[in-house]
Unconditional design. Structure first.
Length: 67
């Protein structure tokens, strides 16, 4: 039963974490599942859009440095 375990963690953002009490309070409120799913999808799309803009800016900066 001895062994080694590992996990791959992914950091999503820099900055301070929200207090656990705030997040627990938000979870405790009953929400329509369809509305909650839409909000999650919208949030994911916004994150993806920001990431793509950041990558695009980095590529542009590299191109400008080469010139």
């Amino acid at each position: 039963m001895d062994g080694f375990y590992f996990a791959k963690l992914k950091k999503f953002a820099n900055g301070e974490r929200k207090a656990e009490e705030e997040t627990e309070a938000k979870v405790a409120v009953p929400v329509d599942p369809a509305v909650a799913e839409k909000k999650v999808k919208d949030k994911q799309a916004e994150r993806k859009k920001k990431a793509n803009l950041k990558k695009k800016k980095q590529r542009k900066t590299k191109r400008d440095e080469k010139k």
